[in-house]
Design a protein around this ligand. Sequence first.
Ligand SMILES: [Zn+2]
Length: 283
Amino acid sequence: MNQHPPAAMSIDVEDWFQVENLKSVVDRSSWDERESRVERNMNRMLDLMEERSITCTCFVLGWVAERFPDLVRRIASSGHEVASHGTNHDLIYSLSPEEFREDVKRSRDVLEDLVGQPVLGYRAPSFSITDWAIDILQELGFTYDSSAFPTVAHDRYGTLEGMSSGVPVSEIRPGFHEICVSCLHMGRRGFPWGGGGYFRMIPYGLFRSGVRRILSRGNPYVFYIHPWEIDPGQPRLSGLRKSHAFRHTVNLGRCERRWTSLLDDFTWTTMRSLLDDWLSSRA
Ligand SMILES: [Zn+2]
């Protein structure tokens, strides 16, 4: 039996050196010379999901799609939803609207060419979403964004007009929805409970009980992870700020086991089917 409300699994498909936390020591011009590990790590994740007959949503970076087209084809042919993570992983508010449009359009075009299906979902690099970007996403044919956390403070996370505090899915423009990455509300505070460094730091049993709590309150659940998070063998860089190095590397060696436990402990679906479920429950 499917669990209700649903839980959506999402993967931001990017390489280890494209992460915001490493930007101070990784120049954009060096990407092509670095050891790419995204294909290997992503194939491992696809294997783990295939063994369990799980489908998810993959927000694929255009840069990755242009270099690893077979990986994108495998994602699609395994039944996963292919969505966009932009092309170059720039924070949105560091771009002009025109630059943003070009970045997103390029990723959409390469992904649609590879999978032969419309790409409807978008996730901003480092969750750096802004209101003007939503207008451009809608113009480009996207129907949902998943780049916001409800009510959680973080130095880089954006917020959007039309979102209500604590509500996991909001129609922020007619026909366009924001699907928030999950937070756990305890008292008046919200804690990010949808993945990232938090998932790797909190003891797994505690994390799982938080997910159960979110679902038991009648809210859908959205989780995100990156291929590099299950790769403890990735190169380590020197010269990083301590807090950034910690955020990037904490518990990498345990993450694959944690993630497979999470896959086993809940029933997972794609972002699109979570959204469809949400809409039909309100129709
Ligand atoms: Zn990313």
